[in-house]
Design a binder for this molecule. Sequence first.
Ligand SMILES: [Zn+2]
Length: 279
Amino acid sequence: MRLFIAALFSICAFAQPRNAILIITDAEGVAGVCRQQQVEQGNAEMQRLLTGEINAAVRGFLKAGAPQVVVWDGHGGSWTLSAQTIHDDARLITGSPGPKMLLDSGRFAAIAFVGQHARANRERAVMAHSYSSLGIQKLTMNGAEVGEIETRAALAGAFNVPVIFLSGDRAAAEDLHAIVPEAEVAIVKEGLSYYSCESMSAAGAQALIEKQAEAAWRKLARIKPYRVDGPVTIEMELTTRSTPSPDAVPGEGVERIGPRTLRYRGKDFLEAWTRWSGR
Ligand SMILES: [Zn+2]
């Protein structure tokens, strides 16, 4: 049986070549999006602006020769994108793709971020937060503050998959360049403060994104995966409104190090990540 499963697995791996790109989408890093109201569920303007940027990235990747582009609707519970308006030749993932984001499937050669914001506690960064502005005050990995960019880059890196492209505000681009200097970026706006920005036009941003996405796929072989060596510690400081009960019993590899702070340890990134994302 075990042999049969191993054989089946290798056939599946063969049938699915590692040549697709996964675009992780968000809203706070989209050109023209600077206010809380714009990122709330069902905001039609944001949906149009974000979809325009995603489709520009899809065009760039396809033009450079990417065989398949898969888009994950990653903002606010996956209610933002529609198969009616996504690029004709892209595929769309709605809902949660799980803690490993399908990166363990062996299907993806690269990941990209579109509409991405910087990590929490960054200055001059539009709506900068780490996963949840309501729930998480601060997230660190091995002592350094991180957000979605760093942790998802590390997740992809654990499967040897590089981040090749990001579009968002300048702070988000800087966050990615700090860990993946070779990645291509499209800086579509400058954060003036948390809720104000100076932005490119939608058309200007889309043209830039298409060009940079194309350049990113062309240099894919020269972009290194971001690998975080073990052991790994992830610490999460919750917001006051998310203060856990003092009676809550932390799971294996998890300890409470303050009234609102939890520490997740792992022998490697994946173990710490699995414990954190399973919280
Ligand atoms: Zn986000």
